[in-house]
Design a binder for this molecule. Sequence first.
Ligand code: ATP
Ligand code: MG
Length: 298
Amino acid sequence: MTEPIIQTRHLSKLYGSGETVVRALHDVNLEVAPGEFLAVMGPSGCGKSTLLNMLGGLDQPSEGEVWVAGEDVAKLKDMDGFRARTVGFVFQLHNLLPTLTAQENVEVPMQGQKIGRGERHKRAVHLLELVGLGDRRGHLPSQLSGGQRQRVAIARSLANEPALILADEPTGALDSQSGEELLALLAQLNTSQGTTIVVVTHDRRVAQATGRILRMRDGQVVDDHRVDNPLEEDLRMLAHSQLGQALLGGNGQSSVGLLNGTEREVLRRLLTRFDDAPGEETPAEIGDLLEILGRDLR
Ligand SMILES: Nc1ncnc2c1ncn2[C@@H]1O[C@H](COP(=O)(O)OP(=O)(O)OP(=O)(O)O)[C@@H](O)[C@H]1O
Ligand SMILES: [Mg+2]
């Protein structure tokens, strides 16, 4: 197997101490191969951002190790260089510098690298064109829309052609069209440049556009699987939703009573689709859910 670009070993993170200690990550063991496109999902507070911050060297583990591109992140001597060259960050609160133009913002990470001024300009222009903002180069962040600022942030994260992009809910603040465009851009980078991408998201469509979905709960990874069959993905999403959890938690007999008429109808259609195209191997949790739903609905 190729060397993983990301590897965590028994990674844990505690915040605070004593009575108020929060275990944000607990024994996370993760491997990501170069070129993977991975979505991280899970309820608010389950540790997604904490994990991303650890991967990017923005925060230190309490226990365990994080290896990125062959380096132990806790022992990096040149953290700035690592952040500038190896990892590109895209956060929801795109922290662009307000007094710099879009183009200047994109150039920031290239400063301090061995890249001449002319080359810096050229690359920034190219990157802004790539994200569809060739005509907004001279605009300040305050003169751009939220989606456009987000795209500038992406262009900036690509400035040094990082092997890895870490994106924390990049589509969260966008309308659905800008969100889709941004996602298409990430997918394109992944396929055309082989960039490894880890994206934290609450959005089912974003997750399903990736190649692998990691689910977290209470600081732990509770599910990790490759995306292949879209129907199975829908069922997995259902199994992990609050509704699915409620159904799975009940005794099955009365749980469908939780549903209103429309929900029942949607589930009935889902079951019919499943009858038409059963997966090779249905994961246990989904099998349980189907059985409960099938018993009550058919
Ligand atoms: N600096 C901090 N100090 C104390 N506790 C923290 C700190 N940062 C995060 N936490 C706690 O760690 C847990 C994980 O937080 P994290 O931000 O990783 O969650 P998340 O999965 O990204 O949630 P969301 O979907 O709401 O962004 C939470 O319980 C949070 O309250
Ligand atoms: Mg978060």
